[in-house]
Ligand binder design. Structure first.
Ligand SMILES: [Zn+2]
Ligand SMILES: [Zn+2]
Length: 482
């Protein structure tokens, strides 16, 4: 593995009078903490303001630093509601930012769910840390719920295709990135006082074509400077047409054993996709009619946002909605709110499907369900998302049969299954296809949001296809655009 670039910014030389510059601050040579700064004569605009998620002390130091001058930032343009793209916004506001935060209506609806959850998690973390610290060394969270409320007051929305003016001499436009509900790729036209102009395109996180529920990524148009994500720059996904069949087989075999199917899933996006897929399978009588429990207050809130943005569904989902019933509310599907109801699921008799977070079994209600039902060989634990190193999800997936949770030893006898075809990110073919859809090859392509080895691999792949001027900027690197 290539050594990861240190979380340190190089010197900021981007201060030249009359110049337009782009500086890569976060998600440069890494996949987290998305933040890019466009400096113009009228002040700074930042693309995304994400939280760095990773090794504890390193993440904490980086996030507290938030290396942008809040007083110089005139506007934020936000690609989507994942915390690695929006999770530092409340800190920016706490430091004095009062400009507009432009995003799509669906992202604006998902944003408070994500940010309040982030503030809540931080409060819990800080409390645990402070218990071990003397009174004079107590830490404070990065931000609180009040900062989130102040952040939400600054949000402004534009629909896909609509033009907006985030700040003087900058015009913006969102197109659907097909990554999560409301996700966008961003097109900016930037001008100078003497009438020069240039264009910037930013993929945000790019989704895949032909995935259920979401629409395909839409082309960005004409772009001089292009920022592309590179999460899976080195690989080609498995064909996801096998996903439905795999899901069907897992449900059918678990129910045939009289067991319960436990699915740890991220509350926003992945959970709704699963419920929709299960409803389709049930509608076609491909799986038995067993109860489905979505046990997560965050998933319930996020599902409301999905219900309110039907116009963003793909053609198949809209057709299913008109002919065959609601996507997320079919009979025998319940959304479990409070803790007592969640605990009551331990007493449910017979086969059932329980979807709950966290997706990697790092805390959350699913760990309780896993402890309760994991010892029964009739049951199945089905992983549907990426399992990071050092998480309980990864250890179980790698074959661990004994694990410790909440101070007790447990033995896993439930069957383990994995569906790997559900990624929300384009693979290298998708990333290449998207740059090829630009009106003309960009002057320069900057690869961001990827580990160094993925960026190197993607650079080679794009070069082989004839694209020139591809670079993977390091944190702090800046380029003169105009
Ligand atoms: Zn994302
Ligand atoms: Zn991301």
């Amino acid at each position: 593995m290539t050594e990861r670039a240190p979380l340190k910014l190089g010197p900021d030389g981007a201060g030249e009078e009359g110049a337009v510059t782009l500086r890569f601050i976060g998600a440069a040579q890494t996949t987290t903490g998305s933040l890019h700064r466009l400096r113009t004569e009228e002040g700074d605009l930042i693309l995304d303001c994400g939280l760095y998620q990773g090794h504890r002390e390193e993440a904490e130091a980086w996030n507290r630093q938030l290396p942008v001058r809040a007083d110089r930032v005139r506007a934020v343009v936000l690609s989507h509601a994942h915390v690695d793209h929006c999770g530092s916004l409340p800190l920016l506001v706490k430091r004095g930012f009062r400009g507009p935060i432009w995003t799509t209506p669906a992202t604006a609806d998902l944003l408070p769910i994500m940010l309040f959850d982030s503030a809540h998690l931080q409060a819990g973390d800080i409390e645990r840390v402070n218990r071990k610290l003397p009174a004079n060394q107590q830490k404070t969270p990065l931000y609180t719920e009040e900062d989130v409320e102040a952040t939400m007051r600054l949000v402004r929305t534009a629909r896909y295709g609509e033009h907006f003016e985030p700040m003087k001499r900058v015009e913006g436009r969102f197109v659907d990135a097909g990554h999560i509900l409301g996700s966008s790729a961003v097109h900016l036209t930037v001008g100078t006082r003497d009438g020069r102009k240039t264009t910037v395109g930013f993929t945000g996180d790019l989704g895949r074509t032909d995935v259920p529920l979401l629409r395909d990524p839409e082309p960005l148009g004409d772009v001089d400077w292009y920022l592309s994500e590179s999460t899976y720059g080195d690989r080609e996904h498995e064909d996801e047409s096998g996903v439905e069949k795999h899901l069907r087989d897992v449900v059918v075999s678990t129910v045939a054993r009289g067991g319960k199917l436990l699915i740890p899933a991220f509350a926003v996006g992945r959970t709704q996709l699963l419920v929709y897929l299960l409803h389709q399978l049930r509608y076609r009588h491909e799986i038995p009619d067993v109860p489905i429990y979505v046990d997560s207050p965050m998933a319930r809130k996020a599902t409301d946002v999905f219900r309110n943005h039907k116009d963003l569904y793909d053609g198949d989902a809209r057709q299913f909605l008109s002919c065959c019933g609601p996507l997320f509310d079919a009979a025998r599907t319940s959304y479990v709110e409070d803790r007592t109801e969640s605990q009551a699921l331990n007493r449910v008799e017979g086969p059932a499907i329980i979807i709950s977070s966290s997706g990697m079994l790092e805390g959350g209600r699913m760990v309780h369900h896993g402890m309760h039902h994991g010892g029964d060989p009739r049951n199945t634990l089905l992983f549907v998302g990426y399992q990071a190193e050092h998480t309980l999800g990864r250890r179980l997936l790698d074959g661990a049969k004994e694990y410790r949770a909440f101070g007790e030893e447990h033995i896993l006898r439930a069957k383990i299954e994995e569906i790997s075809g559900l990624s929300a990110h384009a693979d290298r073919r998708g990333l290449l296809a998207y740059v090829k859809k630009l009106d003309r090859p960009p002057q320069r392509t900057f690869l961001v949001h990827g580990e160094p080895e993925k960026i190197d691999a993607l650079k080679g792949y794009l070069a082989a296809s004839g694209l020139t001027g591809v670079t993977g900027p390091a944190p702090g690197d800046w380029f003169k655009l105009l």
